[in-house]
Design a protein around this ligand. Structure first.
Ligand SMILES: [Zn+2]
Ligand SMILES: [Zn+2]
Length: 343
């Protein structure tokens, strides 16, 4: 089978690899659509993301959907021909976190498409049957692939405990910010303010139901969020940009007693924060990492039309143009929101 293997930064090769065989409890999926994620772009550009460094060649891609073509022994929940979305982080199921139901915190999770575990920019991949979610007839493969970023957005709104009638400020209007916007609306937020510096992304936020959009290139975001929340600041702030200045801004964008959820990962681990404000404003700053039990939620929200997972997809590339697709996604943020690879 064809697979897109990253050897080092800017060295991605499409090569022939043996088609994997499903182990007991797994299914073999013929991949049909894979989203290009910010983490794929970081790995391609820098050979690292956060403290994860590329040491061995790896197949990137973790936002995938495809067709089940072979069953491992013991699989009864799926059949050949089923169309599925693939949850890419496979936990150990044994550790204290898995036992607590917090499997996204499993220290032994195998997250596919990051260094150490081959991902889904390939013609085939295996997956445990219970991490392959059957797509309803009204969702296609591209929509199935987009359930992964939606799951991240749902986790952000869940961590922020977004409730009906609340104000939510979302810093960053990329695919994750836009997913967090849709998730916040599903949670009942009535004043959702989205901040970015790319006009195209703000237009998309407006289309998806943002109450207000703020272009931080011309408008001071914190003052504008205060103005749009009656001088208070937002009940919940979701940081999805992963940039040092926006991480620092979260504390001033939130109201006293508000909740700040950090979703984006900055290029530096240590970011100076106004801890006096955290204490004196009784602010709650929370981390949000991947997602837990969100795929079934994402499937039902997408298939009932409560969330539009196709809207953010702006470009698609065949697998033979994987490198071009990743480079386009990196260089053309003025027009590209979510790029997908189709097979
Ligand atoms: Zn992703
Ligand atoms: Zn575990």
């Amino acid at each position: 089978m064809k697979a897109g293997v990253l050897y080092k930064a800017h060295d991605l090769r499409l090569e022939e690899r043996p088609r994997p065989a499903p182990a007991p409890g797994e299914v073999l999926v013929q991949i049909k659509a894979v989203g290009i994620c910010g983490s794929d772009m970081h790995l391609y550009e820098e050979g690292r993301i956060g403290n994860t460094v590329l040491e061995q060649p790896v197949v990137l891609g973790h936002e995938a959907a495809g067709e089940v073509v072979e069953l491992g022994s013991g699989v009864t929940s799926l059949k050949v021909g089923d169309r599925v979305a693939m949850e890419p982080g496979i936990p150990c199921r044994q550790c204290a976190y898995c036992k607590r139901g917090e499997y996204h915190l499993c220290p032994d999770v195998k997250f596919h498409g990051v260094p150490g575990n081959d991902g889904y920019f390939a013609e085939y991949a295996t997956i445990p049957a219970d991490f392959a979610f059957k797509l309803p007839a009204n969702l296609d493969y591209v929509q199935g692939a987009m359930l992964e970023p939606l799951a991240v957005g749902l986790q952000a709104a869940t961590e922020g405990e977004v409730r009906p009638g609340q104000s939510v400020a979302i810093l960053g209007s990329g695919p994750i910010g836009l997913a967090a916007l849709q998730a916040s609306l599903v949670h009942g937020a009535t004043n959702v303010i989205v901040v970015d510096v790319v006009e195209k992304r703000l237009e998309m936020a407006k289309e998806l139901g943002a109450s207000h959009v703020v272009n931080a290139a011309h408008t001071p975001a914190v003052q504008e969020i205060a103005r749009l929340t009656g001088g208070l600041g937002a009940d919940v702030v979701l940081e999805t940009a992963g940039a040092v200045p926006t991480i620092q801004q979260t504390l001033y964008a939130a109201r006293r007693g508000g909740v700040v959820v950090l979703v984006g990962i900055a290029s530096q681990a240590n970011v100076p924060l106004d801890v006096v404000r955290i204490v004196r404003s009784r602010m709650q700053v929370r981390g949000c990492f991947r997602y837990v039990n969100q795929y079934p939620v994402a499937v039902s929200l997408a298939s009932t039309g409560k969330v539009d997972v196709r809207s953010t997809v702006t470009h698609s590339f065949p697998i033979d143009q994987l490198t071009e697709g990743i480079e386009f996604a990196i260089k053309r943020k003025d027009v590209a929101i979510k790029c997908v690879v189709t097979l």
